[in-house]
Design a protein around this ligand. Structure first.
Ligand SMILES: [Zn+2]
Length: 416
């Protein structure tokens, strides 16, 4: 099948799924366990059935499409991504990976090929964590990493727990442990995704072969000072929480720049209390998100933040607290599969570059325990998580064809 034919199918499917949004005209909003998610799931199931996959929904609400191999006792290959979105997001994030898996299955069937291994195309539920502040719900469920306690602990802004949302959606939360896979039955996971950043687009290359997914540490820092009158309290007699917090926040970006290696550090959230123009601030909360492919860089920046907080808080009499919200170490993807992807891209004459993923993806959770690789298609102008998110269908089709080559290349031996 040529690129044109495959991009035609992909365009038809991706455009059709555009309708399942809670915010028509303002990007795609498809939060987990909502009626938009249910409708999209039903549509994806019919797409999978159309290409001959055996379809089921698991206890986490993941969609699983199976193309049975001639020797189902061999560990299976799994490909896919997520079907939920952020609020006012785009049409390509997540769905690219699912629709490419479906098209590869179609191509395999059209060519009359019988795979030896089972091929599973999966649509993960709730990767983004937008509704419950979590993330990787579907992928962690197949890894057996979501507890009943988690279902009750995490709630959305209307105070609805994951437990309640699952019931409302038609799932049985108590059955969630049944979604866990026996990992011995899985050979590898391959996720196709849009890059969601500008690196690939600016390089002009058609494909991004992901060598590594960055590690992340996230904190909420609370600096406590004392509220006083802004006019009557002399500068040497105030405990200004904003002064202390701002001095630290201002240094964080340069610490990331000094590290290089693609290290990034972001303060995207700042809250000042009580928040009056004529009041010295009593408290400041701010977020820190540090990412790097090199965990030592992350640890060092976090240590610098702590040391600087010690210094500036001691100087003006404020105190601070640093709460860790997320710690994930960087993960290297499968060298063996990267070599096969390079071979396939070269054989098809597609340009590519090796790169790092600065975003997490289901692959980040899965790569901790299974052989995993990711393949990126370029995001126009690097824009993503917004309505203008765009990737050329031809570029998506090229990624799908390389996925097809990889799957055929991995049929031999249980551990080739
Ligand atoms: Zn995504």
């Amino acid at each position: 099948m040529d690129v044109e034919k495959m991009s035609g199918y992909l365009q038809k499917n991706l455009e059709a799924l555009h309708q399942y949004t809670a915010t028509p005209g303002a990007g795609t909003t498809r939060l987990p366990f909502t009626k938009e998610a249910r409708s999209a799931v039903n549509h994806i199931k019919s797409m999978m059935a159309e290409v001959g996959l055996k379809v089921r929904e698991d206890e986490a609400g993941n969609i699983i499409g199976l193309l049975e191999g001639t020797d189902p006792s061999l560990p299976a290959l799994v490909t896919g991504s997520h079907f939920d979105t952020v609020t006012n997001g785009g049409d390509f994030d997540g769905l690219m990976g699912i629709t490419c898996g479906i098209e590869v299955a179609r191509l395999i069937r059209e060519k009359g090929i019988r795979l030896k291994r089972n091929l599973i195309v999966i649509g993960f539920h709730d990767e983004e964590g937008m509704r419950f502040g979590t993330g990787y719900f579907g992928s962690k469920s197949i890894l057996g990493q979501v507890t009943q306690e988690d279902l009750h602990r995490y709630k959305d802004k209307d105070n609805v727990s994951i437990y309640e949302a699952m019931k409302e959606y038609g799932l049985v939360p108590e059955d969630l442990p049944k979604a866990a896979w026996d990992l011995k039955t899985i050979r590898a996971f391959i996720e196709l995704h849009i890059e969601q950043g500008p690196v690939l687009f600016q390089s002009g290359k058609e494909l991004g072969l992901v060598e590594c997914i960055v590690g992340i540490q996230r904190y909420i820092v609370t600096v406590r000072g004392r509220s006083d009158h802004a006019g009557t309290t002399p500068m040497d007699m105030r405990i200004d929480a904003v002064e202390a917090a701002a001095k630290v926040i201002a240094k964080i970006p340069d610490w990331a720049r000094e590290k290089g290696d693609g290290t990034v550090a972001t303060t995207g959230y700042v809250k000042v209390l009580p928040g009056g123009m004529n009041i010295v601030a009593e408290e400041v909360q701010f977020s820190v998100d540090v990412r790097s492919r090199n965990n030592a860089n992350i640890l060092d920046i976090v240590a610098k933040i702590r040391a600087e907080l010690d210094t500036v808080c001691a100087r003006n009499g404020s105190t601070y607290q640093m709460d860790n919200k997320l710690t994930i170490t960087p993960v290297n993807l499968s060298e063996g599969m990267l070599a096969k992807l390079e071979k396939a891209a070269r054989a098809r004459g597609y340009s590519y570059r090796l790169m790092v993923s600065g975003a997490g993806h289901d692959a980040l959770a899965i790569a901790q325990v299974l052989d995993t690789v990711m393949l990126f298609a370029p995001s126009k102008d690097g824009r993503s998580h917004c309505p203008v998110e765009w990737t050329e269908y031809r570029d998506i089709a090229k990624a799908a064809l390389v996925l097809y080559d990889l799957i055929l290349d991995m049929q031999e031996g249980p551990h080739d």
